[in-house]
Write a protein that binds this ligand. Structure first.
Ligand code: NAD
Length: 328
């Protein structure tokens, strides 16, 4: 029989407050926590998240993490054991256009949660950071967690800043935390109308017979990781990994052209992509070394690129078919 240390689903009965639990990643995590026998409280202001993503078994508060009074009241009512913090302003371009708003949500909002968390003596704080924007332009060797961060956008700076705050709250107040620096996450429930989330955008264009734009030569590379692998890391985080940072990705990169070709094969899409001028400031390569998570957490990405793309495409297809049935 597997022991508890290697089987996250055997840890159950915790009350977990998931911020951003109406969003893409947070809602998938909330579902998995509920399935594993935990009770979940979702806090989300629905700025990009959707009510339909919220698990009906979760208790939902429509609230903004920048409103400390309201958030304090929620913690007071609910007394969570764990805080899983996924609420954020996630748009890199928006962070460039409005760095004050970005910092208010991502830094001030998080400090609010940290202040309340230490007062309430929560058992662990799980934080969604970003590997994709943390290390700047990557060379041949994928960066490990110890590499000096070089974020190139206000969004990346806010994510890195929060990592420092977590270290501070841990050293001064004894808060236990885990930080995950994700690669480029994709899968069901990602917003296909956003600026980022190329897999969701391409799937949506293919299904609506739209054009696919590729910026630059399409050779920019990313480490694409399927959302169920992110969920698994967040299950493991309930009982492993203390006061540490982990890159969470596949350790392999794919270009946008690779992505387009794979989707073409899966879907039979016939149109050619339209190549547009490169976007200023876009990284050419972002990659991540994931050995630490494999060695210390026993975590590894299970879903390969092709399988993940197929699952994502099938999800968007079923959604479009369902909405067509409603309008018929
Ligand atoms: N998607 C990725 O590839 C990726 C990569 C690295 C890190 N992350 C991080 O993972 C987390 C989730 O990202 P996602 O892709 O699911 O994005 P998302 O936009 O789907 O989810 C973010 C959620 O936070 C909510 N939110 C935003 N501001 C809020 C506020 N002030 N108060 C309360 N709720 C608020 C939104 O309504 C949304 O439901 C974010 O912290 C993001 O930075 C995502």
């Amino acid at each position: 029989m597997k022991n508890e240390k290697t089987c996250p689903e055997l840890v159950s009965g915790l009350k977990i407050l998931v911020t951003g639990g109406a969003g893409f990643i947070g809602s998938n995590i909330a579902d998995a926590y509920i399935k594993s026998g935990h009770s979940v409280v979702v806090v989300d202001n629905l700025s990009s998240g959707k009510k339909e993503n919220i698990n009906p078994k979760a208790k939902f508060y429509e609230a903004d993490i920048t409103d400390k009074k309201q958030i304090s009241q929620i913690f007071e009512n609910e007394k969570p054991d764990i805080v899983n913090h996924h609420a954020a302003q996630i748009d890199v371009r928006k962070s460039v256009a409005d760095p004050v708003f970005d910092a208010k949500t991502n830094i001030i909002g998080t400090i609010n949660l940290l202040e309340i968390s230490i007062r309430q003596k929560i058992k662990k704080f799980i934080f969604a950071s970003s590997g994709g924007v943390m290390y700047g332009e990557c060379g041949k060797i994928p960066p490990k967690e110890l590499q000096t961060p070089r974020p190139l956008s206000p969004y990346g700076i806010t994510k890195h800043t929060v990592e420092h705050y977590l270290d501070y709250y841990s050293k001064v107040y004894g808060l236990k935390y885990i930080i995950f620096r994700y690669g480029n996450v994709y899968g069901p429930r990602q917003d296909p109308h956003g600026e980022a989330g190329v897999v969701a955008i391409f799937c949506n264009r293919i299904l609506t017979d739209g054009e696919i734009n590729i910026f630059g030569a399409g050779e920019q590379k990313r480490d694409y990781v399927f959302v169920s692998d992110i969920v698994l890391a967040n299950l493991i985080a309930l009982h492993k990994g203390e006061n540490e940072i982990f890159n969470i990705a596949t350790g392999r990169t794919k270009s946008v052209n690779n992505l387009f070709c794979e989707l073409k094969k899966i879907t039979g899409y016939l149109q050619k992509p339209i190549y547009k001028p490169p976007r200023t400031g876009e990284l050419f390569k972002s990659s991540l070394n994931v050995k630490k998570a494999q060695q210390k957490l026993g975590w590894r990405a299970k879903i390969d690129f092709n399988e993940g793309l197929k699952k994502t495409y099938d999800y968007f297809k079923s959604r479009i078919e369902a909405s067509n049935r409603i309008t018929e």
